[in-house]
Ligand binder design. Structure first.
Ligand SMILES: [Zn+2]
Length: 462
């Protein structure tokens, strides 16, 4: 038997004006896709012929333009057309890819694949926990498995769950059925953490369901509030041996998730940017991190806002502070060849001194451009030529900085990544404005289906 393997992922943020180009995608073809996907051995050991298509994965960014979408999607369709005898198709997608003029990129791709293959191949998907899944998707995919952890640490396991289910169904002649149940809630992603209750128990419950012989996927999806689309919401999805079983399970999971909707709270200090700056400068801890959540580049925002930087400069702190990194290619180009100590004047920020130049790392940890750091008194600001995310110590080192020299560090993230946590004696989550603002009421979403919790408080049952 023959199985096609492909991956096309981009988490869209429709609030930003950016669009990914080819350079934003980590891209492999043929056997090289297995540098990024872990499913090869399981399929090989099961005796399947494997047809690798492409792997294309971008840092979260804006909506995908039609030409970029077509460039990757048509390669997958070409693989499908070239292998009309495929018995199965495994695809690793995000689930919140929004394509200009199309809507859900995943749904469109599945429809196009089925238009080529008809009903024959079993299609199994692995999806991100923050997928906005259309109810229609269940008509085209037979097995859907999602991450069960936030922050995500089970990407590999989630690939294997979907592929093992695919292998089982193909070997045993099972035609699974997938049911997608929308849940009308969009709770702040940063408050929905699976290491804590109620999600710890809920996710454990879904794992228990997946151990049952007739269940091939039982998953909760939290949705992705930065796509303004009709399919934007949480959902519960079940793949099972029969339509009835899948439907019952999805509705049961949906009701369970809905019943917890009011329990999600920040576990760290989450305050206005002004209050975060005040607390950081007054704090006694050795090093305090502020995350500028409204301008979170890992959630697709531009990373170019200077609000918190201005507050720090205006406060004339005694402590050494660092804001990393602010997307500003003009400033990088203008200052790149300066000597350390040279005076610098930047509009809106005032007079400072050039500190150093450095490099920035891309999605795949390769160098993608330059950075410059300017000191405004005790506040250092790192400007980057391209959008970047300072998620670990290595980003500071590449920029020419030592993160341990600072008492206050501002980064463009939601929660700190695990790699930065050892450097933070205290973490402040700034409820700032921007394309990745976590306050649903401030996002001005026009296309999402109402009512939706927490914008409305109402009774609901699946
Ligand atoms: Zn996610």
């Amino acid at each position: 038997m023959k199985v096609i393997v492909a991956s096309f992922q981009c988490e869209s943020n429709s609030k930003t004006k950016m669009h990914p180009d080819k350079g934003d995608f980590e891209y492999f073809t043929g056997e090289n896709i297995f540098k990024k996907l872990v499913v090869k051995n399981a399929l090989k050991n099961a005796g399947f012929e494997i047809v690798p298509s492409i792997y294309a994965n971008a840092l979260p960014t804006g909506t995908v333009t039609r030409d970029i979408y077509d460039y990757y999607e048509r390669q997958i369709i070409a693989t499908v057309k070239a292998n009309p005898d495929a018995d199965g198709i495994y695809m690793y997608v995000h689930g919140s890819m929004e394509v200009d003029g199309i809507g859900s990129g995943e749904l469109y791709m599945l429809k196009e694949i089925r238009a080529v293959t008809g009903a024959k191949p079993i299609i199994a998907l692995t999806m991100d926990l923050h997928a906005n899944i259309t109810q229609e998707l269940g008509n085209y995919a037979d097995i859907i498995c999602g991450y069960k952890t936030a922050p995500h640490v089970d990407q590999a396991e989630s690939q294997m769950r979907a592929v093992n289910a695919l292998i089982y169904c193909l070997k045993n002649g099972v035609r699974p059925f997938t049911y997608v149940q929308k849940v009308p809630m969009l709770v702040k992603g940063d408050t929905m953490l699976t290491a804590n209750e109620p999600l710890l128990s809920l996710e454990e419950y879904t794992r228990g369901l997946e151990r049952k012989e007739d269940v091939f996927g039982a998953n909760l999806f939290f949705g992705h509030c930065w796509v303004d689309a009709v399919n934007t919401s949480a959902s519960a999805v079940a793949s099972a041996r029969t339509e009835q079983r899948a439907t019952e399970l999805a509705k049961e999971l949906a009701d369970k998730l809905w019943s917890t909707r009011k329990e999600y709270k920040f576990l760290i200090e989450a305050e206005s940017p002004e209050e975060c700056v005040r607390r950081a400068l007054a704090g006694k801890e050795n090093r305090i991190f502020i995350t500028d959540s409204g301008d979170n580049t890992t959630a697709g925002a531009e990373g170019d806002r200077t609000d918190i930087l201005k507050m720090l400069i205006a406060a004339k702190p005694e402590k050494r502070c660092c804001v990393a990194g602010i997307t500003d290619s003009d400033t990088v180009k203008a200052l790149l060849n300066m000597e350390p100590g040279a005076p610098v004047s930047l509009a809106g920020l005032g007079a400072g001194a050039f500190k150093c130049r450095g490099k920035i790392l891309g999605w795949a940890k390769e160098i993608i451009g330059n950075s410059v750091t300017v000191s405004f008194g005790k506040v250092d600001a790192v400007f980057t030529e391209k959008r970047s995310a300072f998620i670990e110590e290595g980003n500071f080192i590449k920029a020419g900085l030592d993160v341990t020299e600072y008492r206050v560090v501002v980064v463009k993230l939601g929660y700190l990544f695990a790699e930065l946590k050892p450097f933070a004696d205290r973490e402040l989550f700034a409820l700032s404005s921007g394309s990745s603002c976590v306050e649903l009421s401030r996002l001005n979403l026009k296309n999402i289906v109402r009512p939706i919790f927490p914008l409305e408080d109402f009774e609901w049952k699946a």
